[in-house]
Design a protein around this ligand. Structure first.
Ligand code: FE
Length: 267
């Protein structure tokens, strides 16, 4: 089992976390850097959300402050959680318009990349668009759908979340823009996603459900929506039926090298 070395900070009864100076400094560096990088790369709705949330740059924002704004915009809120939560707890929070955010931030040595989603990823990457009703509704509906799905199929269903909420691109009059939080909170992915190098396909739920991904690499493939209302339309389909169909049809070939199981590496 993977050794998770990050642990969430305690949250007091009012929802506040006592962050250290070093942790606040990490936030400051990351926000400063991403704010420059996402110019011309993030979609307008993301910038609108950033403006509404008006994050402090010198310290990690406190969840109750974010929640006042999210709640007024879409009825959503952030819920502080431990570094690891079970899928059922995760989807239950989404179904109740609570966005889980683990209260830890990457260490300075991990500043450019961290596999675990930290508070920078969750807050900076996702909460701006939780002020957008279509994005927020997708998240809520997705949570409900995942709770209805067979737990064995949830990781396949999660591909739909991965290729939208985490790594989605939006087609705009100005060209392709990113809305996925996994892109917009990552220095490498923000630079790569519109470089012309990755493969880009129109969003199609069945294709996405058949598309494997790896969490630990820059994505070789992104799916594009043409409007945030597309997120609404995706879940208007009978996703659980498409999920079964995707299993029958099988996965599309992976566009990345497969991890070699350790026992097969010898020889
Ligand atoms: Fe995320």
């Amino acid at each position: 089992m993977k050794d998770h070395t990050y642990v969430s900070r305690p949250v007091d009864k009012d929802g506040y976390v006592q962050w250290s100076d070093e942790e606040n400094k990490t936030w400051s560096i990351l926000v400063d850097r991403q704010s420059q990088l996402i110019k011309g790369k993030a979609c307008e709705a993301f910038f609108d959300g950033l403006e509404k949330l008006d994050f402090p740059v010198d310290r990690i924002p406190q969840i109750p402050d974010i929640n006042r704004i999210l709640n007024a915009a879409t009825g959503w809120g952030v819920e502080p959680v431990p570094a690891i939560i079970q899928p059922k707890a995760f989807f239950t929070l989404l179904a109740n318009k609570r966005f889980p955010a683990a209260t830890f931030i990457r260490r300075p040595e991990d500043i450019d990349y961290i596999e675990e989603p930290d508070i920078f990823h969750e807050i900076y990457g996702h909460t701006p668009l939780l002020t957008n009703q279509n994005y927020a509704d997708f998240m809520e509906k997705f949570g409900k759908l995942a709770l209805q799905a067979d737990p064995k199929d949830r990781s396949r269903l999660f591909r739909l979340f991965w290729f939208t909420i985490e790594f989605g691109l939006l087609d705009t009059d100005a060209g392709l823009r990113a809305y996925g939080g996994g892109i917009l909170s990552s220095i490498g992915e923000t630079q790569f996603c519109l470089s012309g190098k990755p493969m880009i396909q129109p969003m199609d739920a069945l294709t996405v459900l058949r598309t494997p991904y790896r969490i630990d690499i820059i994505q070789p493939l992104y799916f594009v929506i043409s409007d945030f209302s597309d997120l609404f339309s995706i879940l208007e389909q009978d996703i659980l039926a498409l999920l079964i169909r995707s299993k029958t049809l099988g996965d599309n070939p992976a566009l990345y090298p497969q991890k070699i199981a350790p026992e097969k590496q010898a020889s």
